[in-house]
Design a protein around this ligand. Structure first.
Ligand SMILES: [Zn+2]
Length: 65
């Protein structure tokens, strides 16, 4: 059975997940921010987080590498 994007995300080590969510680029703040209220999506085989900047609330997208 194929895993959902959420399941793939949850299968990543927590330390790595925290490192990813804490290093998202916000184009409004112009620096690295923490993403909040994010959803996990799969696009062209890559895992992506789509959420908001914790500081200004702008939309933030982060590719999981
Ligand atoms: Zn921001």
């Amino acid at each position: 059975m194929k895993k959902t994007p959420d399941e793939v995300w949850q299968s990543i080590f927590e330390e790595h997940r925290v490192a990813i969510t804490n290093s998202c680029w916000c184009s409004q703040c112009r620096h690295s921010v923490t993403i909040t209220d994010y959803k996990v999506k799969a696009e062209r085989g890559a895992l992506m987080l789509e959420g908001k900047c914790q500081i200004c609330g702008s939309k933030v997208v982060r590719v999981v590498d």
